[in-house]
Write a protein of this length. Structure first.
Length: 457
């Protein structure tokens, strides 16, 4: 790691030798531990044994661990080196276009082979499953970033993969589906005819766009019925967020190279993995040392779990086959509109993030599609990278913060996670440029109906 040479430096790069050797576990620094998961029938806290049918034991240990740091296996770090450390970039052209005194930085996770942050956990999950002799995985995917990442990881470790892709994304993003198939995965639109839960939902709602909750139900059912198969989740769970903290650890070193510490840290939030990956290492300074950093989670107005959801125990999937998790939820049966930010169409949020939000350590903002794509185009036309629709929510929040600095005259350092590029999302950009992108307001009536299905604990 070297100091800044020029005041106009744009990229801050770490050598491969500085790749973090450990993941950071924020559970060690929480003042109050998050409420435990509960058995769906008895509502009693569950132990690690309840997760054994779905996950390998090493991931279960990470799920319940309170150790501050967990070593990254050499085999995982070796794969990481294909694209990590990822660059930190100062968005100087965007700053100039906004005429803001703020300094805007972004961590570019689109540098990975599949174009997003998702391989950070996909590689780890495939590795731990293979170590326990598992040869087949099932999973869900929304926009397809997670499906592509796990498909690549399973290919690297010689494993089979069945992916249940949310139907609306399956139709909107055919090239993401193709990329999963390039890596050897079997991909079907969810709800599918391959599972009992999928068939039931198709019969009752033949025109449904699908949801992450439905796709999770199908993937869990598939895994539970086969002895050679485990289930893999791309967000929400503690071990997934843990693996993503490699992002924030690198960013802390790179911000030091830039000679600044971020006063605002931003990420888009659907299930919470990329947000936590960037935020949690910085959040440690707030929890342990009282640092005054502002943390912002940016979510879609069509599926605003943090800003409009209730903090309740709920199922993680539509069929109600998972343990009950306390989270900000819109109801596990809620099916959001088919917005192009498919990776943010989840009814709930990661348990650890919900606890931080409930305790006031972070804030959340919800945005409509069109204002998000306004920001995406401004970013693409200044910085050159076409961002994923999901990441564009973080860009919107960063621009808003920079414009606030313009009004106040403050020169804050703003850091956001550009969690993926949007080069497989051009249908969304086509619709935006043609004026066909529709904003969907918070569906209060449908959420109220879904909340009636949430268990009373």
């Amino acid at each position: 790691m070297t100091a800044v040479i020029s005041g106009e430096q744009k990229k801050f790069l770490l050598d491969e030798s500085e790749l973090p050797a450990r993941w950071y576990n924020i559970a060690a620094d929480l003042k109050t531990p998050p409420p435990p998961p509960l058995h769906p029938a008895t509502h009693e806290p569950i132990g690690p044994e309840a997760l054994a049918p779905l996950f390998p034991m090493e991931l279960i240990k990470q799920e319940v661990s309170t150790e501050r740091f967990i070593e990254i296996p050499d085999e995982v770090r070796d794969v990481y080196r294909m694209w990590r450390p990822t660059p930190l970039i100062r968005a100087r052209r965007l700053e100039k276009a906004l005429a803001t005194p703020a300094h805007i930085y972004f961590k570019y996770e689109g540098a990975s082979p599949v174009g997003s942050h998702k391989p950070n956990t996909a590689v780890a999950q495939a590795y731990y499953n293979k170590q326990e002799g598992i040869m087949r995985l099932t999973t869900e995917t929304g926009a397809g970033q997670w499906g592509c990442a796990l498909a690549m990881a399973c290919n690297f470790f010689g494993m089979e993969l069945k992916i249940y892709m949310v139907r609306i994304s399956y139709e909107q993003k055919p090239y993401r589906r193709s990329l999963m198939q390039v890596y050897g995965a079997d991909v079907v639109a969810s709800p599918s005819l391959d599972t009992e839960s999928g068939r039931a939902i198709r019969e009752s709602m033949p025109d449904t766009p699908g949801s992450l909750g439905i796709a999770i139900s199908e993937a869990v059912e598939d895994a539970a019925k086969r002895d050679d198969t485990k289930y893999s989740l791309g967000s929400v769970l503690n071990h997934v967020l843990l693996h993503q903290t490699i992002i924030g650890q690198e960013a802390m070193k790179q911000m030091e190279m830039a000679g600044e510490y971020p006063e605002v840290v931003i990420g888009c939030a659907g299930g919470g993995s990329n947000y936590a990956g960037l935020v949690f290492p910085f959040m440690r300074d707030k929890l342990a040392n009282g640092k005054k950093t502002k943390f912002i989670a940016a979510e879609p107005e069509a599926c605003p779990s943090l800003t409009k959801g209730e903090y309740r125990y709920d199922f993680g999937d539509t069929a109600g086959s998972t343990p009950l998790i306390k989270m900000f939820t819109l109801g596990h049966t809620f099916i959001p509109e088919g917005i192009h930010a498919g990776g943010l169409r989840y009814h709930g949020m990661a348990n650890l993030i919900c606890e931080l939000y409930d305790q006031g350590f972070m804030e959340a903002r919800a945005y409509h599609q069109n204002t998000v794509f306004d920001a995406a185009l401004q970013f693409a036309r200044t910085e050159g990278i076409v961002p994923a629709p999901e990441s564009s929510h973080a860009i919107r929040a960063a621009i808003d913060e920079a414009l606030a600095c313009k009004q106040s005259g403050e020169s804050k350092a703003i850091l956001f996670n550009l969690s993926g590029h949007g080069y497989f999302d051009m249908t969304a950009y086509d619709n935006y440029l043609a004026g066909k992108l529709e904003d969907f307001a918070y569906p209060a009536d449908r959420v109220r109906a879904a909340m009636k299905e949430v268990p009373v604990v």
